[in-house]
Design a protein around this ligand. Sequence first.
Ligand code: NDP
Length: 491
Amino acid sequence: MAELDKTRTEVDVPGDWTYASAPESRDIVRIADSYGYYVGGEWLEPAETYETIAPRDEEPLAAIGQATAEDVGRAVVAAREAFADGWSALPGSERAKYLFRIARILQERSREFAVLESLNGGKPIKESRDVDIPLAAAHFFYYAGWADKLEYAFPNRRPRPVGVAGQIIPWNFPLLMLAWKIAPALACGNTVVLKPAETTPLTALLFCDVLRQAELPAGVVNIVTGDGRTGAAIVEHEDIDKIAFTGSTEVGKAIQRHVAGTGKRLTLELGGKAANIVFDDAALDQAVEGIVNGIYFNQGHVCCAGSRLFVQESIYEPLVAKLERRLTTLRVGDPLDKNTDVGAINSAAQLEKIQELVASGVEEGAEIYQPPCVLPEKGYWFVPTVFTNVAQSYRIAQEEIFGPVLSVLTFRTPEEAVEKANNTPYGLSAGVWTEKGSRILWMAQRLRAGVVWANTFNRFDPGSPFGGYKESGFGREGGRHGLEPYLRFDE
Ligand code: NDP
């Protein structure tokens, strides 16, 4: 002991544990001043452009082309030629090689994509780095594996490609949604015209460089940018065989009306208002983490977000107390800071929508909790919010908020939980927290939701199909099911 005392030196213990940020460098990303459209393997100059910005501080990032119906027409011609010129007839094993290459290049350039995704979309870098980009690469790997096995996936049905696919994607998972759309289409031998969302075009445009590196034949993938008018031009184009859309239920319905009677194939992945259901025998601390991941992941800009929390009455108070305490530890701020849990809201329009719905919740009588939080001065931000005292009829319990806002409701019996959970026009996903396996299966059979997570939430895997019921759309993406919309069968 005396020996130890002699050698002990004084160590300065910091008294001030002030937070220090850990910003990811953006040097790895090179953004051009302006971008055209990637058509037939070349860049077309746009006649009209708009500015894309960084939602964290409204910094202008680049001028982006606003594609007209004529521009979309050129892209469709390029896609049709590539389809007829050999892509559709290429052996599956050859198509697979291109998909593998794309997947490998995405992995190699993952940091660049992650930084750009967070800069343009506002999501925390730890999410784009650990979720979006690895999953996008995984999708290409997964569908590369199917490309030469279509006959085995659909025995005796002679699977053939559909033709030219028009694909319209949203702003919440820009590169990942692109991968969900392009990978199965190409694996099945189709060619593609894709439009990224107006606010988040940059990773789709960087992806064109990946296509060039992978030496994908010209015209197999064409990217046109612009707002809803460009999307509408894709939907209306007569030489497109299949439309794949992910976005709002409102636009999805309009597309369905337009496509009706044209013979075009259609898959729609639309909104959601998922129930996350916690029984009194659940592991509460794990459930709290799952609830937080369910609704605050990607600022709640998630179609399958667990935005309605149903808590069994007997554990309501301790669970809400734990949840509110956990909220005080969430770090809201710069998406490029590696410590950030909740980043910037994607756009001014989305922020306005969230604010309006939150105000309606207060007005209708729900009790609001927001942790103390210092928000950056510039950019679009919203404090993670929990509403208690929520009635099922309130707008915050009915409408998709698409922001970091949770509505808490209660139930007593499993039957009541099912009835309340299904009381929504949507049916995309649900979560069940309980230690009883039999109860999980009982619930999963009764919940009208395309995906039911058990003791977890917001987990995605390319091998697992994803899609909805009711106003959440139809058709499945991912897994073997995700091939079917891109194939026709000569039976
Ligand atoms: P939209 O449905 O408008 O956007 C989805 C995609 O469709 C975008 O690429 C969009 O282009 C395009 N688009 C818009 N209008 C048309 C049209 N008439 N024909 C064809 N394509 C069109 O969603 P918003 O971005 O306006 O978001 C509104 C709400 O939708 C959100 O608050 C959220 O509730 C919900 N939403 C749901 C998503 C989901 O994954 N389920 C994803 C995104 C939004 P552009 O970006 O230029 O408008």
